[in-house]
Design a protein around this ligand. Sequence first.
Ligand code: GAL
Length: 808
Amino acid sequence: MSNRFLFLWLLLVSQVAWAQGRVVTELEHNWKFKKGRNEQAYQVNFNDKGWQTVTVPHDWAIYGPFDKEIDKQVVAIEQNGEKVPSEKTGRTGALPYIGEAWYRNQFTLPHYKRGQKVLIVFEGAMSEPRVYLNGQKVGEWAYGYNYFYFDITSQVLEGQKNTLAVQLQNQGLSSRWYPGAGLYRKVQIVVKNPESIDQWGTYITTPFISAEQAKVNIKTKATGGNIRLVTQILDARGKTVAADSTGQRFGKEFEQNIAVAQPQLWSPETPYLYTAVTRLYVGNELKDEVSTRFGIREISYKPNVGFSLNGKVRKFKGVCLHHDLGPLGAAVNKAALRRQLRILKDMGCDAIRSAHNMPSMEQLELADEMGFLFLAESFDEWAKPKVQNGYNRFFEEYAEKDIVNLVHATRNHPSIVMWSSGNEVPDQWGAEGVKRAKWLQDIFHREDPTRPVTVGMDQVKATMASGFGALLDVPGLNYRVHLYEEAYQAFPQGFILGSETASTVSSRGIYKFPVEKAIEKQYPDLQSSSYDLEYCSWSNLPDDDFVLQDDKPWVIGEFVWTGFDYLGEPTPYDDKWPSRSSYFGINDLAGLPKDRFYLYRSRWNKQDETLHLLPHWNWEGREGQTTPVFVYTSYDSAELFVNGKSMGIQKKHAATPQNRYRLMWMDVKYEPGTVKVVAYGKDGKPAATREIKTAGKPHRLVLQPDRTQISADGKDISFVTVSVVDKNGNPCPTATDQLKFTVKGKGAYRAACNGDPTSLEQFHLPTMKLFSGKLVVLVQSTDQVGDLELTVKGKGLQTAKVNLTSVN
Ligand code: GAL
């Protein structure tokens, strides 16, 4: 069919499209939930009346309470170089994630007719899900992080209530961080015709791109006889720019090559997205329709050239992220993810590594839309354990199935530019591990020949000796900055990726003296210093990575550990209580930037000026004592003034990595008043200035919502930063006032977080202490349109209110 006729014909048949296509229903509301053993809960007539009613995504453990005894582990963490076991608390967040729990849901499918096909799709269930429908088991999975689906055609009932029951169980000693618990990602029911496109059956690549045209290759797996496929490609405004029709199938697969003229290329800076609408017909009858967003972009990894996107060499300015969303736990929430990405974008970050497991669909959709390169990881363990009850229990049976699902479900996201088959797997040791690395990489290649595979390696010497590192598409080094050069020489690929870097620890707004480099330093308050000079025995400071990134053309970028603090892994306090979340984040658990944010921003964000001054200037009792001042800035030099007296000009210089990337005045003596920095431009003239004043007593609360308008979808969240200022409006950087929150109108209080890794206050209770003068309140929409108001109160403080609106 010629293109013109195809368009006309499409116009004619598109009228009947809806009635006959697929219907996807998200099972979101009216779930019944209960923790504990419930052997009969799979049965249809089981009485779940007394169970809690919840919406999914749901994380049963995030409500706490925090408890030192939960998952207490007496272990030597070998990958941290420990030889002697010690008692570890808070390693998995000290939240009650262990145990069995059940979810039940009753649903009807009004549009379903016998003879159609029905699938149930889970995008993540923590963990070891067993799924029952109408009293019968339909299937099970093991890994809590993966997407999976079951065909439930033979169990589903037409025109009647269906009873779904999901059993989950989390074992202790099964994780190195907070894994979350429950149906923490979407659950969907897909009803479609027997003649239909297979689940995750579309695979779009762009094997040829020029300024004039791009070749879009679409492979579509479909079921049914006498079927024909019509594909339209829409541009970002929804205009059809190309179309193709084919009746030719090879086995189950249609293959179409469609030319798109003057393609708009996808990149982090220009995240342009096309949509392929694929319709499946028998004769003129529409049987199925699937829309797939994709990007036109070209990636390449070449020896001594490195990584290129659309023909331009670039280095990954990336961060590693765990899946939890701080006070929301693992329950996926698009508003929370979008906020994270906005914060990272402002920092100049352009890449994300989903450590150490499958990313959520929501995160990938946002990465496509907002422009982030994505390193999608799969496992933290292969056959050899890191934790007794980790993935090692499932590796043999599930590894291939898990990779297949990861690739099939996510391969059309242009953001994904690399796969990772593992992180610091103990299988780096020994010949078996080399075979496993090859086996896993081959599975990725078989399922997706267009993207390379990496492993984050920490046993670099061993992987040099065994061939493990040589066989990978992309050799990823976790830390080990002193081995980069040697690894580059030893490995054949001709480049090295910093798959995990820095692991510097700090607590937002907390500064310790004397100011000096230190490894895993501990303080009585269980905080780490925000002078950003404290790191782990296996890791290093950000500046050491900057040197490699800047001086070695064959280093293709870095993924900093981590973009945000996460629940669990409270190094360097994993043997101290209370301490239940990480100190590694560039941003804290509430998403508030630590000083380090500005260090990265000063080199990554090339558009905007960065000029940031630390520490705060409220040091009662430190008068006359040495209180170094650091400046993180995009300028090369600056002058510091304390109460108008110059402390001299500092210039970035190469004496030490810190001197190269930070401006530091090490001998400043504290006196209350004003500390001010003036940055100088290339012409030597003052270009920008910042100052911090010693604050008086907390007086008034200030509320800053990240968005004043949210969607009335019952999910959207406005993140309101609460800070306290003195009577002159100066932020009070050490305030710890206990605050109370109320939300009135068309919204609800969801949670609060202050970023303090030692706080045992429960996120969902409407009260919390400030930490370093700040916290964040999460206000969630309902399904009703209208106004809402957050009120924040604290003893002796002027009450503050903020008005938000919830719209359709
Ligand atoms: C790495 C590991 C991460 C995290 C980090 C902390 O070795 O891959 O998961 O544990 O250390 O520094």
